[in-house]
Design a protein around this ligand. Structure first.
Ligand code: NDP
Length: 246
């Protein structure tokens, strides 16, 4: 029995990594999936093709989530194509590993532009344009609990996302929309693996109760539950998807 049949779902940053796994899982559960990407059209087209192989409708839409006009155009395109959007998954994000002393103005601004302004831009559109009884899932990170060196501005962006999630849940609840934030632990994607030694990977894996790094599909299964009707009574919550790490 498919749990998401009939839902139109927009996943930001779904060309690669966790977003691609989320898009595929939601498609497998019967949803029509919109695969947003920033620049990697080939990867987005591959995600769409993999979803269509499941017998589900999907399309790719380019938009830089940090730019409000591009986000507005993305909502226009999806609503023109499918008539409405039921679920928004705000997965797009970047991480620059640097000590605070080494972080440039540009590093700081870029992370805030994509992680915070990007989430804000899509939520602002969703506030009036997401269908009644819809769902919003934002993405934070378990690093807001682990507080490791080199994650300073990044955890600041994700802390901001967590707080906006709690407020937004109260702002749109009257329309039956629930809003939650998922906080993955270390997960096997380009963003996480970038520049890490095997020793660093083993150390991080050992922090989880299961002694391993998460896979994108571990996170996708949690998101699939949270956007289903069975999770409707959960709102304004931060759900750690991290194998008991934090
Ligand atoms: P990846 O780097 O593997 O993928 C990032 C995705 O985001 C790509 O699809 C990319 O598109 C897209 N993207 C980047 N910038 C923009 C933008 N400006 N507008 C639209 N899309 C954009 O990242 P992950 O899959 O690892 O991370 C996904 C989310 O999970 C992020 O929010 C991250 O902070 C969070 N997270 C990840 C963890 C991990 O260990 N991997 C742990 C905790 C949280 P394109 O291909 O076009 O560049």
């Amino acid at each position: 029995m498919k749990t998401l049949t009939g839902k139109i779902i927009l996943v930001t940053g779904a060309s690669r990594g966790i977003g691609a796994a989320v898009a595929h899982k939601l498609g497998a559960e019967g949803a029509t999936v919109v695969v947003n990407y920033a620049g990697n059209k080939e990867a987005a087209d591959n995600t769409v093709a993999a979803i269509r192989e499941l017998g589900t409708e999907a399309m790719a839409v380019q938009a830089d989530v940090s730019k409000s006009d591009e986000v507005k155009r993305m909502f226009d395109t999806v609503i023109a194509q499918y008539g409405r959007i039921d679920v928004l998954v705000n997965n797009a994000g970047i991480l620059l590993y640097k000590l605070i002393k080494d972080t440039t103005d540009e590093d700081f601004d870029r992370q805030f532009a994509i992680n915070v302004k990007g989430t804000f831009n899509t939520m602002r559109e969703a506030a009036t344009r997401l269908a009644d009884n819809g769902t919003v899932i934002n993405f934070s990170s378990s690093t807001t609990r682990l507080l490791l060196p080199t994650y300073g501005p990044y955890v600041a962006t994700k802390g901001a996302v967590e707080q906006m999630t709690r407020v937004f849940a109260k702002e749109v609840g009257a329309r039956g929309i629930n809003v939650n934030v998922v906080s993955p632990g270390p997960t096997n994607t380009e963003l996480f693996l970038n520049g890490k030694t095997q020793e660093a990977l083993d150390r991080l894996a050992s922090l989880s109760a299961f002694n391993r790094i998460g896979e994108p599909d571990d996170i996708a299964k949690v998101v699939a539950f949270l956007v289903s009707d069975d999770a409707k009574w959960i709102s304004g919550q931060n759900i750690g998807a991290n194998g008991g790490m934090a």
